[in-house]
Write a protein that binds this ligand. Sequence first.
Ligand SMILES: C[S@@+](CC[C@H](N)C(=O)[O-])C[C@H]1O[C@@H](n2cnc3c(N)ncnc32)[C@H](O)[C@@H]1O
Length: 214
Amino acid sequence: MPKNKLQKFAEFEMFPNTRTHPMGMKGHWNTHFFTTDKPITLELACGRGEYSLAMGRMFPDRHFIGIDKKGARLWVGAKTAFEQGLENVGFVRTHIEFVDTYFKRDEVSEIWLPFPDPQPGASKANKRLSSPRFLKGYERILQTNGKVHLKTDSDLLYEYTLETLEDYGCKLLKNMPDLYSQSVNDPLLTVQTTYEKRHLAKDRVIKYVCWQFE
Ligand SMILES: C[S@@+](CC[C@H](N)C(=O)[O-])C[C@H]1O[C@@H](n2cnc3c(N)ncnc32)[C@H](O)[C@@H]1O
């Protein structure tokens, strides 16, 4: 019988590679959660955590933490990492609004934002994960020259992100308005999440943007 959401929530809490609203962890992820000192990459709005899992397999010398507010989705990533012995991958259930209360300054080396909700409508602009209030949090926890990567199918979110990055004074490192219109050599860019597969099935154009804070 398939597990329901409540069963998944309960199981999520029991996995050794998970935390929920992780108070007291700021500055301690490499000692109290992982057991070695390695660069930490965050996958924000990770859903089922496909990026964290793929990067965890590709880069055993780095740590990956997927963050989302939905426990039933995170359960898929946490279960997969646990069953596959991916000890460098963990999952956190919380709100991304508070990311800089959970990680200290310079504790994070890279951030991925795969297919965050576009939040259409001007009144929802400050909920977009590339809005200035979120950028402030990312800037605080990222090491100097740490990169942020965004993939989206949404024209609105893509255009909004480019404008916001310019206003904020970020350094744009890559801007690919149609990722798959050219051959993509970087295997990281071709990891496909649940939402990306859905968008591709509907022939939607995938955009990719990468930036740094200056
Ligand atoms: C469109 S889904 C994308 C999921 C996944 N990245 C993928 O590509 O399949 C957006 C995800 O963002 C999460 N999310 C949205 N706002 C959030 C917030 N403020 N804090 C934590 N998670 C959030 C949702 O729970 C959802 O899983």
